[in-house]
Design a protein around this ligand. Structure first.
Ligand code: PGA
Length: 253
């Protein structure tokens, strides 16, 4: 297993397929020869297939997935569709989906189980809405416990948990951003819950990563001081230079 995983969450960007292809090319070129980092690109659904033809070193991820098999589920995408185009990762429970699309803990739990049972690696997003100084609110633990209800021990090695405090996502200059100290507190908290649920040895198989305004300037602090095993990167993944720089820094950590 590589040391770190860096995941590009393009969200609903860019606006045209040509720009998506240029972006993917830029990332792919920039990461040739880099070691110790696994790179995943998660574009919007319509770009998954074209991007899968562009990338070789980077891997493909989806931003969402339905929990049911193929069938009468208008507007949904199943694990079958993702597996066929070699998208092996899927972001599940992102705060924007919880907020704008009404995703509940129970829906997220079904998606996590469907992904794990069908050979996909879920990137389960959890995180509190409001900042609480020097503390990780209990809601983070509740989200984690709900999402993992009935998840089998044998599947843990394929699970990634992304701690994304909602207040630290997409912050612009001047807004509150997170500290590696807080990220480390979250890591300890998440690992403790995983150990309560599955025992320390199995809990250690789960990769825990950080998301929230990660850029080339702060990535090292989240990896080295925050002890995170990677990052889920939104805004900064839309600039190939910046994103490649993040990956280079991670490969040197
Ligand atoms: P951001 O987004 O890097 O733009 O804060 C991260 C995310 O929402 O996954």
């Amino acid at each position: 297993m590589t040391k770190y995983i860096i995941i590009a969450n393009w969200k609903s960007n860019p606006d045209a397929p040509g720009r998506a292809a240029i972006l993917a090319h830029g990332i792919e070129e920039g990461i040739q020869g880099l070691r110790g980092v696994e790179v995943v690109i998660a574009p919007p659904f319509p770009y998954l297939l074209p991007i899968s033809n562009v990338i070789k070193k980077a891997k493909l991820g989806s931003q969402n997935m339905f929990w049911e098999d193929v069938g009468p589920y208008t507007g949904e995408v199943s694990w079958h569709h993702l597996r066929h185009i070699k998208a092996n990762f899927v972001i599940i429970g992102h705060s924007e989906r919880r907020r704008y699309c009404g995703e509940t803990d129970s829906m997220i739990n079904k998606k996590v189980k469907a992904a794990l049972e069908n050979g996909l690696t879920p990137i389960l997003c959890i995180g509190e809405n409001e900042r609480v100084d020097n503390d990780i609110p209990a809601v983070v633990g509740e989200q984690l416990r709900h999402a993992l209800a009935q998840v089998k021990k044998s599947h843990l090695k394929n699970l990634i948990v992304a701690y994304e405090p909602v207040w630290a996502i997409s912050t612009t200059v001047g807004a509150v951003s997170d500290t590696p100290d807080n990220a480390f507190r979250a890591l300890v908290y998440i690992r403790k819950i995983l150990a309560d649920l599955y025992g320390r040895k199995l809990a250690d198989l789960v990769r825990v990563i950080y998301g929230g305004s990660v850029n080339a300037k702060n990535i090292e602090s989240f990896l080295l001081e925050g002890k995170m095993q990677g990052a889920l990167v939104g805004g900064a993944s839309l600039d190939p230079k910046e994103f490649v720089e993040i990956i280079k820094k991670a490969s040197e950590c």
